[in-house]
Design a protein around this ligand. Structure first.
Ligand code: ZN
Length: 143
């Protein structure tokens, strides 16, 4: 039975989950948080980097900030997309105001910007707010 590597979005612990147990009930062995939360979760830069590098499930990041109107408009859409894509990709949010090194690390020029990671590499990047259906289509095309 093969297993998948997944970084816990709450505590940053790298988990190995048998493929047949990778469902809604899969939990982090360290902190007990759900590994597939089915919604967009806020992460810090260290967790983002670890998950982008190691995870066997695609990861999509929304770089945003509280002062950015289009970012706030997109938040519920991104969250809907996270629910729809549950099991195919994990969607996370990174607050670039709280984690200012992120902008430089990932070369973010404007927000909102989404980046999709799969197989340890960035596969696609998209700037500007989008509705949930467009986010879902873009993610499926990117991974
Ligand atoms: Zn955890």
């Amino acid at each position: 039975m093969s297993s998948k590597k997944l970084t816990c979005l709450e505590c940053g612990q790298l988990n190995r989950v048998p493929e047949d147990r990778l469902g809604a009930s899969a939990k982090c062995g360290t902190c007990g948080a759900k590994l597939l939360p089915g919604k967009a979760v806020e992460v810090d830069l260290a967790t983002l980097q670890k998950a982008a590098r190691n995870d066997d499930l695609p990861l999509v990041v929304d770089f945003w900030a509280p002062w950015c109107g289009p970012c706030r408009m997109m938040a519920p859409e991104f969250s809907k997309a996270a629910t729809e894509l549950n099991g195919q990709a994990r969607l996370v949010k990174l607050n670039t105001e709280q984690h200012q090194a992120a902008g430089q690390t990932y070369g973010i020029r404007g927000i909102p910007t989404m980046a999709a990671f799969a197989g340890g590499r960035e596969r696609a990047r998209q700037s500007g707010a989008m509705p949930a259906a467009s986010i879902v289509n873009w993610v499926r095309g990117a991974i």
